[in-house]
Design a protein around this ligand. Structure first.
Ligand SMILES: C[S@@+](CC[C@H](N)C(=O)[O-])C[C@H]1O[C@@H](n2cnc3c(N)ncnc32)[C@H](O)[C@@H]1O
Length: 332
């Protein structure tokens, strides 16, 4: 019942058929099966190859942002999320009793996720705005889902934005944008990609993302589902960009994967994700992160753990997930 009400922790069974369309959108075609570089496989490939529909988790986190945007204490800044989610969620969130029921279901399945997602929105917003104000010329969003920053943040209106996502999810997103706003943002290039079959380097080349321009990569809610090797391939691809470019991402503490009993909620969270066929595959050691990034051509700028993330939740009485961290790094 709870799972049917709000299918957290996995792709929704209610993946919708995606109509063709979007011919007027600046969409970058990327040749499939180009394997010159090392393809990013794993999570993406396993989940999406057997799933012709869009990502359900992309909508789930957008629903949480939409709910938290209505929360007078949490105040998630994503006021556009509600316009991008499916009508039944949108209508439900407008009714306080239904909203309370959805959040109750969310807390049963993933305690702390609701608060974590809001801390994440605020943290990522702060980093990306700071990067653009200090000179970043383009933004690359890996696994964009229902990210609304291109509409929401004025700073993103004057820079090139590339949203990379699986074709089905990208189509869904553009359809939702047209329905909500009448058009897609003019400065965004949508890059349909299947990371399971394509290398990130090749995709960025085909989309003509200039490596000599200072770039900020946004990698939100994706890295934990990749293998260690896939995470490193992505970091290496980012490090090929001009010095000063950066990446902001969230990750699991590897300790919570190795010894989940030491982290409140981690064991249950891992179990649920694995049962849904979407296991957490990798984490990073927060204490060794700086060295790890250095080995991949990046310099750690900030590494925020649960305690720091709770500062984004002040007054709510909620705490973030005890095992998730956020990091900001720059190309050296
Ligand atoms: C958990 S969602 C996160 C969405 C967004 N970053 C956010 O935080 O709201 C993961 C994203 O990865 C994308 N994705 C999944 N499989 C993919 C694949 N094979 N190729 C490209 N993108 C994929 C999904 O479409 C989805 O947008």
């Amino acid at each position: 019942m709870v799972r049917g009400l709000f299918p957290f922790l996995g792709f929704s069974a209610a993946n919708l058929p995606v109509p063709n369309g979007g011919s007027s959108v600046r969409q970058v075609s990327v040749a499939r099966n180009c394997r010159l570089g090392q393809p990013v496989s794993g999570y993406y490939a396993r989940r999406m190859q057997s799933d012709s529909g869009r990502s359900g988790t992309a909508e789930v986190v957008a629903v949480l942002r939409a709910a938290a945007a209505r929360d007078s204490v949490l105040r998630n800044p994503d006021r556009f999320a509600e316009r991008l989610i499916s009508p039944w969620y949108r209508w439900g969130l407008r009714i306080s009793l239904v909203r309370a029921g959805l959040l109750w279901a969310a807390e049963q399945q993933a305690p702390g996720l609701y608060a974590y997602v809001t801390a994440r929105t605020k943290y990522f917003d702060r980093v990306i705005v700071g990067e653009i104000r200090s000179g970043a010329e383009q933004v690359v969003i890996l696994g964009a889902g229902a990210d609304s920053r291109a509409q929401r943040l004025p700073e993103l209106r004057s820079v090139a934005v590339y949203e990379l996502d699986h074709p089905a999810t990208a189509e869904w997103k553009q359809r939702r944008l047209r329905a909500a706003f009448g058009a897609v943002p003019a400065q965004v290039r949508y890059v349909p990609v299947d990371f399971g079959n394509q290398s990130l380097d090749d995709v960025l080349d085909a989309a003509e993302v200039a490596r000599d321009r200072r770039t900020i990569f946004l990698w939100e809610g994706v890295a934990p589902y990749l293998t260690h090797a896939e995470v490193d391939v992505t970091l290496t691809a980012i490090a090929r960009f001009r010095a000063g470019s950066g990446v902001v991402f969230d990750y699991w503490d590897q300790g919570a994967i190795d010894e989940p009993s030491r982290y409140p909620g981690a064991a249950e969270y891992l179990r649920r994700l694995a049962a849904r066929g979407e296991p957490i595959r990798s984490g990073l050691d927060p204490k060794a992160l700086a060295d790890h990034l250095t080995a991949h051509g990046l310099k750690l700028v900030d590494n925020a753990g649960p305690r720091e993330l709770d500062e984004y939740l002040t007054g709510s009485g909620r705490t973030s997930l005890s095992f998730c961290w956020m990091a900001h790094a720059r190309v050296r």
